[in-house]
Design a protein around this ligand. Structure first.
Ligand SMILES: Nc1ncnc2c1ncn2[C@@H]1O[C@H](COP(=O)(O)OP(=O)(O)O)[C@@H](O)[C@H]1O
Ligand SMILES: [Mg+2]
Length: 608
């Protein structure tokens, strides 16, 4: 129930939907019911029975259904008397025609309101989920599978649309239909109606029992679906490797396991859900049968307050309650699946973002003196990955980090733009703790180039501009020249307008890297973080990228992580990390002379 209400809260402004809806659905239902009550005079004409109707005067006006009925009877009998039965028949048919038309017109208009509501909820849900995903801290994405998140954005939202939102219609209209029909039924015969009322709670209980375990099964099936998507994602991303290692069978069998588990779960879910419909239909018709036996014998023995025509109409009206009642019971069972999806979606929305701006966070617009790491400790989970790091990067200097893979270099660099928050210690920029600076303004001070250049499936031009406002074409070309990218870009088929393909797959690694460097150049940040920017490249592209990087580093403060030591010989300070600790520091000649760890790394790589 809480989940359902929360979903409805996405329909804000709710009264904006509810008020017009009610205004439209009430006449729709009333006209619908009127159609069936018109069967009475119709039958009366055909069977030539007019009951005890002997109304000679038009009824006195009062606002009630009885008045409308009396007024109709008066007109009707007047027509029978003055114009004959055939005319009366025509009259009834015209009234039915008009009433059916109005009932359907209003129903359609009411449906339009619901559709507006439905797409609005789904739109807002997707929007919130996407914005939540993009605002999450990096660590979150190591814990959650990509396919899971995709599944929430696509399937779960779809599921909510299909079940929860569709049931809105059922829950807002069908009870009204049932109430209106019951009022009419009560007016026709209190005794019979009380008799049937007894059966409603019984069917309710049975349907309740059926839908009980549905939600759990639904939850499980969506989880498995998430895994399926994750695996498909991975397989498509790694298709080269899969083919290269000839492990198609391995991947396929992994997929097969999940896929068939999904089949099993879905089967039992759907079977159970589908049970609700035949059961409620059977129960409904069963009541009608009893009604006919009981009410029919009353009519036959003249003990009934109803005439035969009225009794037939009563049965017809009663049978009209069955479809909405069935809809309600079906909705309750379909709803379970939607609610399971909604729970997952809300769980995501409720996950707190680990790295958040403090309330007193300040904007910074420039970098003037120095970056300082003071006694920095950091652990991803429990194990410390960085221990007591002290580091000072003066403005305009280049600091290099070296060390074996896994020694904590990337982690150290990731702390500066606050991709993660420190476990203890402090990082300061110009004396201000970075936790007191707005994340967005902090990150605007930095340009980041990593080993893997991330491009989006868009034009080269847009990949360089990448959302930066107020740049001219000249700026973009200049940035591309500095990044050694201009020449190859103009040789591509559409130049700057060439679309790079998924993740930039249509370009070579070196080309991608130079575009991502151009992106950083264009932003012109005072601080640069280069994390093994050249290590994924062959020697030829490395030379071009290296040149581009040197251009980029001019007049900036930089933190460089380099795989190849040749790139960092001119660093102002070289920091050697080992298992999260600084074990050596100094410039290149000093470290070589010290004959320690740096010297060893250096000798392994064969430089002299
Ligand atoms: N997202 C993560 N979650 C948990 N542990 C991580 C994560 N990223 C890196 N590590 C661990 O932290 C250590 C340092 O990693 P990293 O900073 O990437 O090293 P380097 O860049 O020097 O190769 C490694 O032991 C690695 O296993
Ligand atoms: Mg690394």
């Amino acid at each position: 129930m809480k989940t359902y209400l929360r979903l409805l809260s996405f329909a804000q402004p709710f009264p904006g939907f509810l008020v017009p809806y009610i205004l439209l659905v009430v006449p729709a239902v009333v006209f619908g019911a009127v159609n069936f009550t018109l069967v009475i005079p119709l039958l009366n004409v055909l069977f030539n029975t007019f009951g005890d109707a002997a109304i000679n005067e038009p009824p006195v006006f009062h606002l009630s259904i009885a008045y409308v009925k009396d007024l109709f009877d008066y007109w009707f009998l007047t027509i029978v008397r003055t114009e004959g039965k055939q005319q009366a028949l025509l009259f009834v048919c015209v009234v039915i025609g008009i009433s059916v038309f109005l009932a359907n017109l209003f129903r359609y208009l009411a449906q339009r309101v619901l559709t507006r509501l439905r797409v609005w909820i789904v739109y807002r849900l997707r929007k919130s989920v996407f914005e939540k995903i993009t605002s999450m801290h990096l660590g979150f994405f190591y814990k959650r599978q990509k396919g899971d998140l995709m599944s929430i954005l696509s399937n779960d939202t779809q599921e909510i649309e299909n079940s929860v939102v569709s049931t809105l219609q059922v829950f807002f209209r069908e009870p009204l239909v049932i109430i209106v029909y019951f009022i009419i039924l009560f007016m026709m015969s209190v005794k019979l109606t009380l008799f049937t009322l007894f059966f409603f709670p019984v069917s309710g209980l049975i349907i309740g029992a059926i839908s009980k375990r549905l939600k759990k099964t639904a939850d499980k099936s969506q989880q498995v679906l998430g895994t399926i998507l994750s695996q498909a994602e991975e397989a498509i991303g790694g298709i080269r490797i899969i083919k290269g290692f000839v492990v198609k069978w391995f991947i396929n069998s992994k997929f097969e396991k999940q896929n068939s588990s999904y089949r099993q779960i879905s089967k039992s879910f759907i079977n159970r859900r589908e049970l609700a419909s035949p059961v409620s239909e059977f129960l409904g018709v069963f009541v009608v049968i009893i009604l006919i036996v009981y009410g029919g014998s009353l009519v036959l023995t003249n003990h009934s307050e109803l005439t035969a025509s009225e009794f037939i109409t009563y049965i017809v009206l009663y049978s009209q309650i069955l479809p909405p009642a069935k809809n309600i019971s079906n909705s309750i069972t379909t709803l379970q699946r939607g609610l399971a999806a909604a729970d997952r979606l809300f769980q995501l929305l409720d996950t707190p973002t680990a790295v958040q701006d403090s309330t007193d966070a300040a904007e910074v617009t420039s970098f003037n003196h120095a970056i300082e790491y003071c006694n920095v400790d950091f652990a991803y989970n429990d194990k410390l990955v960085l221990k007591k790091i002290n580091l000072r990067i003066e403005k305009g200097k280049m600091i290099a980090l070296v060390g074996q893979s896994g020694s904590g270099k990337s982690t150290l660099a990731d702390l500066l733009p606050r991709f993660y928050d420190l476990t203890s210690g402090e990082i300061r920029i110009d004396g201000t703790d970075i936790r007191k600076i707005k994340k967005s303004s902090l990150r605007r001070l930095m340009g980041i180039v990593t080993q893997e250049a991330i491009l989006f499936n868009d034009t080269i031009y847009n990949n360089i501009v990448f959302g930066l406002e107020g740049v001219s074409e000249d700026d973009v070309h200049r940035a591309a020249r500095i990044a050694n990218a201009h020449d190859f870009i103009i040789q591509t088929e559409a130049g700057y307008q060439t679309v790079v393909g998924d993740r930039g797959m249509r370009l070579s690694g070196g080309q991608r890297q130079r575009i991502s460097i151009a992106r950083a150049v264009l932003r012109n940040p005072p601080i640069l973080i280069l994390d093994e920017a050249t290590s994924a490249l062959d020697t030829e592209s490395e030379r071009l990228v290296q040149e581009a990087i040197l251009n980029l580093m001019k007049n900036r403060t930089s933190l460089v992580i380099a795989h190849r030591l040749s790139t960092i010989q001119y660093a102002d300070e070289i920091i050697v990390l080992q298992q999260g600790e600084i074990i050596e520091r100094g410039n290149h000649p000093n470290l070589i002379a010290a004959n320690g760890a740096y010297r060893k790394l250096h000798d392994i790589q064969g430089f002299s």
